[in-house]
Every structure is written in structure tokens, then in C-alpha cells.
Ligand binder design. Sequence first.
Ligand SMILES: *[C@@H]1O[C@H](CO)[C@@H](O)[C@H](O)[C@H]1NC(C)=O
Ligand SMILES: *[C@@H]1O[C@H](CO)[C@@H](O)[C@H](O)[C@H]1NC(C)=O
Ligand SMILES: *[C@@H]1O[C@H](CO)[C@@H](O)[C@H](O)[C@H]1NC(C)=O
Length: 355
Amino acid sequence: MVPQYATRLVAAVAATIGLAGHVVSAGCPSYSSYSQYRHEPYSKGAYTLSYQRPEPGCRTFNSTVVEDAILRMKNLTTDPDLFRLFENTYPNTIDTAIKWRGFAANNTKEELAFIITGDIDAMWIRDSANQVAPYRSVLKSKDDDIASIFRGAINLQARYLIISPYCNAFLPPPEAELHPQPNGAMYSVTPPYDRNIVFTCNFELDDFGAFLQLSHDYYTRTGDVDFFGKFQWINAVQSILSASEALRKPTYGPDGEWIPPAYTFQSQTMTAFGTLGNNGMSYPVNERAWCAHVPTQRRRRHLRLPDPRQHDAVGASLEATAVIMEKLPTRPKAWRARCATWPPASAPGSSNSAS
Ligand SMILES: *[C@@H]1O[C@H](CO)[C@@H](O)[C@H](O)[C@H]1NC(C)=O
Ligand SMILES: *[C@@H]1O[C@H](CO)[C@@H](O)[C@H](O)[C@H]1NC(C)=O
Ligand SMILES: *[C@@H]1O[C@H](CO)[C@@H](O)[C@H](O)[C@H]1NC(C)=O
């Protein structure tokens, strides 16, 4: 095995040449390399597990509420290996994935957080929401350090959902000056999208649910309703509703005539599951917000069928979000009626669902 210090040196040099973010110093190894080697101190349990948190100077965000939670957990956990697993994983998003934090160029009060899933400099809507979600248990006030990550994620997701609601992964915002690397893959998508903003455009209905759920988490933990009226959040919810309404339109009319769907996706791929059938239009649907790309990417993906569980989950998130919208003086007048048109699980169209 290569000595650890040699590996770290190579990785550090690579990081200096390559992706020097705003947050982490250029001398830090990329976490993809760092995570492949064992680091001391090892846990005192049977498994002598490695300590995998980056050096403090190389972490992408510091949170005292998260550090306090780790210390509390240490007191409560008698198995040192179990505690080590928690200590390595719980802070992992803030340690490694907050690629950039800052403010919108057109509003110096609008916090933004660009959160990556791993080695690619792109932010997935669903993944970033779910990476931040575990910190809701330590989020108690809008003044907590971690609250800024929630607001930054929600604001940036809102921007993306307004620009391209059917897309699922996005490049860094121009404010980050991270020199985005557009995706070289060949996709043909309607509606068309800007390759300098979007990384992939695989529509997933649960992206909407993830954004709404994160919003609800932030609201219920902090009570900070004003935040939602200040920036783009209302417009993002409107964009989600419009995009869903368009997808709920049937693709066959009463007389069987063809109605093109709002979203189509075709890709040059080596697998049958990597594109949508029926020339990118998928199966005909009838009234339900269908889901083109499902999260497990295996179970239902090949069927390309509407997914009633996702449909209902987004409906539930919309209901939860309604609590916020009702408190905002600037809410659009007709929004409640639009929200109410989300058909319940038993609505007509369930014959399309392969549950
Ligand atoms: C986190 O704190 C360490 C010192 O403990 C510091 O070196 C590092 O720059 C901080 N990281 C950020 C993103 O502020
Ligand atoms: C951990 O337990 C010790 C001893 O009971 C206590 O003094 C300390 O405050 C606890 N720390 C945390 C973070 O709960
Ligand atoms: C601010 O800039 C972003 C990115 O250029 C844009 O998407 C957004 O619509 C702008 N916001 C306003 C309120 O003009």
C-alpha cells in the first residue's frame, strides 16, 4: 500500500491545480482521495475503525450545534465502533460537501449554498435536500450556525426550480466562480435547458417533494416564516405547481388523438433504462403527475410508469408547505386553489399506476 503521506501529497497537489473552491484551502486533499485511506486515531472497539473526518482546516463548514451533538452522542454511546460510525457520517455533508457558500449577486441578503454529492461539482435537488435534512434535529433557531445552510440550500434550489423545474442537477451559480464543467453527455430534452446552468435534466417528481420538505423542516424548527417571503421561494412553489399541472395533462385526448407531453427525454445510451421509450415521451398518461426517473433507478425505472407513492409524497409535502404560504402576506391569490387540484391517490388515472 502507498504510504498515506505520499498519497495525501499527490492529492494535495492535484487539488491545488484543479478545483480550488472558495471555502476549502487549496492545500487540502480532495475528499474522494482522502476517504480511501485509514486515518488515526482508530476506534477502540473490535473493528478499530478509521477516523474519516477531514482535518479541521479542510472542512467545508463549521457548526457548533453539530459538534455539540457529536459530543452528546459520544456520552450516550457505549460501543466505540458505533460511535465512530456516527462521528464519521453525521457531519459528512458539512465537512465535505458545502462546495461554496455566499450571497446572490442581485441580493446581498440572499444566502446561497452550493452542495455537492461527492466528486462532481453539481448540486442535485433531491440529494442536497436529503444531505441537509439530518441536521434538522439540531436546528432550533434561525440564529443557529446550521440554519444558514438550510436557507442557502433552499434559496439556490428555488433559483434552479424557477429556471428549469424539470431538471434535477445543476452547475455552480455564477457567484461561486467555480468554473462549471458542463456535462458532455448527449441528451435531447424538451423543454430545452441551458447547459451552462443545468448538469442533468432527468425529471424526478420527488425533487419537488425534497425542496418542499426541506422548506417545511426549516420552518417548523425555526418558526422563521419571514424568510420565505423575502427571496424566490414563492416563485419556486409557483414554478413547481405549473410544472406539475403541465405533466398532469393526459397525453391522449378523448378521441385518442396524441397530445405531446410537457417533458420529453432522450439520451444516447448503452442501456435500455438510460432513456425514455416512445421516442422520449414515455408511456401515455392520464391525469397523474408521472415520474420519468425514479430515485431507486432500478425498481420502477424500466417501467417508466407513474409512481403513485412519489405522487402522494409530493402532495403531502405541498400540504405541509401550505402552512408557510398561508402566513405570507405576499402569497399569490389563487395558490390555494392550485394546490387543491393535486389529485389524491384514489383519483382517476390510477389505472396508469403499476403499484
Ligand atoms: C473551520 O475551522 C477551522 C479551525 O478549527 C478553520 O481552519 C477552517 O477554516 C474553518 N472552516 C471554514 C469553512 O470556515
Ligand atoms: C458528557 O458527560 C459528562 C459526564 O457525565 C458531562 O460532564 C458532560 O457535560 C457531558 N457532555 C455532553 C456534551 O453532554
Ligand atoms: C438573481 O440572479 C439569478 C441568477 O442570475 C436569477 O436566476 C434570479 O432570477 C435573479 N433574481 C432576481 C430577483 O432578479
